[in-house]
Design a binder for this molecule. Structure first.
Ligand code: 4NP
Length: 161
């Protein structure tokens, strides 16, 4: 059974699709496509069915040469069972996810994405939606750092298992 990761932000058109696609890129480079699979979702319903924001896609293409694939969907309660690890982009996302788990049984599956950063000190991936292009570039930088740390952590855990 592959290890399943779910990246979550508010709209599922900027940060979490970037995280999903960057992680898939690293997983492919590492030859681990059969062992780790990724998806993403938003806590809101605002953009259900939409492709990634074109400013975000432009930043991913310019900085990493990757295309952002996928369509926005909303986080649903069954995602708690479906996924092994749920990565929230910011504290609001984290709180909104956990609000759907009132008994706290899935609490340990939910983490802030920036916990896995090794080069950046930020605690959250800032929402770039209402800002300029530099915000989108910063999201890519942060997510590359966090995804690299996350892949290392998962690889370590799987060796120990
Ligand atoms: P995301 O960015 O959560 O990274 O996908 C946003 C996308 C849309 C909105 C806010 C943030 N919005 O308010 O519509």
């Amino acid at each position: 059974m592959p290890y399943k990761l779910l990246f979550v932000c508010l709209g599922n058109i900027c940060r979490s699709p970037s995280a999903e696609n960057i992680m898939n890129h690293l997983i492919e480079q590492a030859g681990l496509s059969n062992s780790i699979v990724c998806d993403s979702a938003g806590t809101s319903s605002y953009h259900i069915g939409s492709p990634p924001d074109r400013r975000m896609s432009a930043a991913a293409a310019a900085q990493l040469g990757i295309q952002l694939r996928g369509r926005a969907r909303q986080f649903v309660k069954s995602d708690f069972q479906e996924f092994d690890l749920i990565l929230a982009m910011d504290r609001d996302n984290y709180d909104n996810i956990l609000a759907l788990d009132p008994t706290g049984q899935y609490h340990n599956k939910v983490h802030l994405m920036c916990e896995f950063c090794t080069r950046h000190n930020l605690k959250e991936v800032p929402d770039p939606y209402y800002g300029g292009i530099e915000g989108f570039n910063r999201v890519i930088d942060l997510l590359v750092d966090a995804c690299e740390g996350l892949l290392q952590e998962i690889s370590k855990q799987q060796l120990e298992a």
